[in-house]
Design a protein around this ligand. Structure first.
Ligand SMILES: [Zn+2]
Length: 189
């Protein structure tokens, strides 16, 4: 079975107090029983961008009957990221619709620029990329069909069930600590 991550994040740019907010979210999720234990980098895939914890006793409390318990998986953790989050799933398309002029643009013409601006430069500006058709500048997230490519900070939920019963308790605490507006997106590996 493949693994997946679902980010619940604050829209960018990364605030100066990102570490404080992320620590508050982590503490609130621990107090609510949504995470538990010591920092466990093996609970997620790849190089952890912050401490990662396995789910707590209440993480799947509201999971409807018939759904597999994600907590039985080797990869199952919450990664707390107090820095820019690059989510590459919006890049995984054959064609983009330009946010400026509506032109359909073959992925080969723009995907490297978007990947560099979002993934390498972490450029939150409204002029991160230039449209290959009309020349207008735009931000990287304007090119995402849904979700986001770049967010300010947040939590990555590895192999958590992406359903309201499981995610709503995290969302509630994320709004209280990260800010009232959230963006969400993720990908499978
Ligand atoms: Zn354009």
């Amino acid at each position: 079975m493949g693994s997946s991550v679902w980010y619940i994040a604050r829209p960018g740019p990364t605030p100066e107090d990102a570490q404080l907010r992320i620590d508050e979210l982590s503490a609130a999720m621990r107090a609510a029983g949504l995470i538990a234990g010591e920092d466990d980098p093996d609970s997620i895939l790849g190089a952890a961008q912050g401490p990662a914890y396995r789910p707590g006793p209440r993480a799947e409390e509201s999971l409807p009957p018939g759904y597999g318990r994600a907590t039985e998986l080797r990869t199952n953790g919450a990664e707390f990221i107090a820095a820019a989050i690059f989510n590459w799933s919006p890049l995984n398309v054959d064609e983009f619709t330009a946010p400026c002029c509506g032109a359909l643009i073959d992925a080969g013409e723009i995907v490297d620029k978007l990947g560099t601006a979002a993934g390498v430069e972490k450029d939150f500006s409204d002029s991160a990329v230039t449209c290959p058709r009309c020349g207008a500048p735009s931000g990287v997230n304007a090119w995402a069909e849904s979700g986001f490519m770049l967010a300010g900070c947040g939590v990555g939920l590895w192999n958590w069930q992406v359903m309201p019963e499981v995610l709503d308790p995290v969302r509630r605490l994320a709004r209280e600590t990260l800010g009232p507006e959230l963006v969400e997106d993720g990908y499978k590996i």
